[in-house]
Design a protein around this ligand. Sequence first.
Ligand SMILES: [Zn+2]
Ligand SMILES: [Zn+2]
Length: 272
Amino acid sequence: MIYRQNLHTHNVYCDGRGTLREFTLAAIDQGLEALGFSCHSYQYFSPVYTISEENTVKYKAEIKALKEEFEGKIRLYAGLEVDMLSRPDVSGLDYTIGSSHWMKLGDDFVEFDKRIEIFQEILDKYFDGDIWAFLEKYYSEISLLSTHGRFDVVGHFDLVTRHCESEHPFFDRSDKRYLDLAKDAIHNIVKDIRIFEVNVGCFAYGTGNIPYPEPELIREIKAAGGSVIITNDAHDREKLSLGLDRGVEIIKSAGFDEVMIMTDHGFDGMKI
Ligand SMILES: [Zn+2]
Ligand SMILES: [Zn+2]
């Protein structure tokens, strides 16, 4: 294994399956050198699948204790995956991943990261069925990610391609109009947040063959002066290392000769 860490993982404090200790033991078992916990942060507008404010305190304390207990065996890091609209307390963390799963549409907070039937309903109800209106809204909002809080890493940047490998793809991801929207957003974001995750959860979970972001956009991140980490958004401890090395091959093909890793003094580059 070349890339021996995973910084995007979910556990029982949010919607993952397994305790922090179980994830730690599984990570050691699978040969990881470092593991980052990145619970879905507390969201004032919806408690569904996220950690509570009270549990966020316990979560940080538990990670601190585990760091000491497992010192020399694995490096552990405290993170949160923060939805850009949620503005939680991020004090005392080693890093944050900034993601967009929700939009504020009129008075409603709407989660668009849903299965195809529900996504279609959202599109019809709020966008008159116009996928381009949705895509423009998504990329104009994510372009402003850095104005919503402190984020170290951009999470699953092109999540809107979630259904692109299905029988009902909504749009053609190779359409220049689409790519221009996404590429403009990369150039806006990278001025403030340099690191994007390459999320290979599709390989770990068998949900597709194209990571977030897709290779053309990974090349654009490189061209824009950004850098990448590789994660797989693990919700199961058995899958912590799946797909990571495939991610290394993908970023190499996209022009990267370096990948970022978390160290005890922050993010650092590693040659690949
Ligand atoms: Zn996410
Ligand atoms: Zn996640």
